[in-house]
Design a protein around this ligand. Structure first.
Ligand code: PLP
Length: 349
């Protein structure tokens, strides 16, 4: 229950398309921004899912969301500029920024605000910021920002010339329709949206994602991509094109994640893991454990050694408060989740 990776593979339509394409095509280099047909299909998806017009020219196919984040950070910020990262956060961002010489300005969010940043959080940052990363649904909390709060934040960022980067990698994995899924590019022409085939599309190892950038940035992002890695992988792009039409199969995985989440919501409180906010999406549950241990790293190691079950210590997601939290990932099969909980339950007794 540690890794945030679907236990299912790529959709059947994808596998079949790739088998056929590999017999018929040499699968050579593609344009550095990706295949035109895939960019057009993704643009159509913005119209269908969010009701937002996105010119296909603004869609750049990347090496996963990770690759998109690298391009966005290099493309938008100079060395020494400051990018805000609401805590708890996906740990990769922090290290990408430090590698690029960008200052990562971490700031706390609160349970009351569903672990999402607010305008007052940003105004309280000493020295201000040049950019802001937001993820909804979030890793590690699975929480979401409401459409109205997101809009206010996006408009505020545009006014203050803070570049908003919206990581939408968990879009599609949303439960209960309680909070609507919205894209950052609906609210600001200066925002960048990042997405990926790794999570909803169940294609983590295919290393494909995309970003939507303002039109004036397309050429420089394309040049960067070309010089850094030439182009995203051709076979993955062919597969991804078909994955976008496999909604029924992919939604069945979301039903599985919802079932897994409900198993956790039902069983964890009786096992002492009773301090959490029920996740709206993604496949994570972030639980406060300071009544169970001093330090969640030690706790996770001990639980692994004594039960064979691993969960992620919160310090991966926030160096300070993280020692009081653990993250359960429930991307696996319901039987495995039940088995893991059975073992933790006997261990707790
Ligand atoms: C919030 C978030 N962003 C980005 C990534 C990286 O995803 P990708 O596999 O598309 O590079 C992850 C991976 O877990 C993630 O949780």
């Amino acid at each position: 229950m540690q890794v945030g990776q679907p236990s299912s593979g790529a959709p059947r339509g994808t596998i079949e398309a790739i088998a056929a394409a590999s017999r018929e095509s040499v699968m050579g280099y593609t344009p550095s921004v990706g295949l035109e047909v895939l960019r057009e299909r993704i643009s159509r998806q913005y119209a269908e899912r969010y009701g937002v017009e996105v010119d296909p020219d603004r869609v750049v196919i990347t090496l996963g969301a990770s690759g998109a984040m690298i391009l966005a950070l290099i493309g938008c910020f100079d060395e020494g500029q400051r990018v805000g990262l609401p805590q708890p956060f996906y740990y990769g961002y922090r290290y990408t920024m430090s590698t690029l010489g960008i200052e990562c300005v971490r700031f706390d969010t609160s349970v009351e605000n569903h672990f999402q940043p607010t305008i007052s959080d940003i105004e309280a940052i000493d020295g201000g910021i040049d950019g802001l990363i937001i993820a909804s649904p979030s890793n590690p909390t699975g929480s979401m920002i409401s459409p109205s709060e997101f809009q206010e934040l996006a408009v505020y960022c545009e006014e203050k010339e803070i570049r908003l980067i919206s990581d939408e990698i968990y879009h599609g994995i949303v439960f209960d329709d309680e909070v609507a899924e919205v894209t950052g590019v609906a609210f600001s022409n200066e925002a960048i949206a990042i997405n990926s085939f790794s999570k909803y599309y169940s294609m983590a190892g295919w290393r494909l994602g995309w970003m939507v950038v303002p039109e004036y940035m397309v050429e420089s992002i394309s040049n960067l991509a070309h010089n850094l890695y030439l182009c995203p992988p051709a076979p993955a792009q062919v597969g991804a094109l078909h994955a976008l039409d496999c909604r029924e199969e992919l939604d069945s995985h979301v039903a599985r994640y919802r079932k897994n989440r409900d198993i956790l919501l039902n069983r964890l409180p009786d096992m002492g893991f009773d301090r959490f906010v029920a996740p709206h999406g993604a496949f994570y549950l972030y639980c406060h454990v300071n009544h169970l241990c001093e330090d969640s790293v030690d706790f996770c190691i001990r639980m692994l050694e004594e039960t064979g079950v691993l969960v992620a210590p919160g310090s991966d997601f926030c160096p300070e408060s993280g020692k009081h939290f653990v993250r359960f990932s429930y991307a696996g099969a319901p039987e495995d989740i039940e088995e893991a909980l059975d073992r933790i339950e006997s261990w707790q007794r």
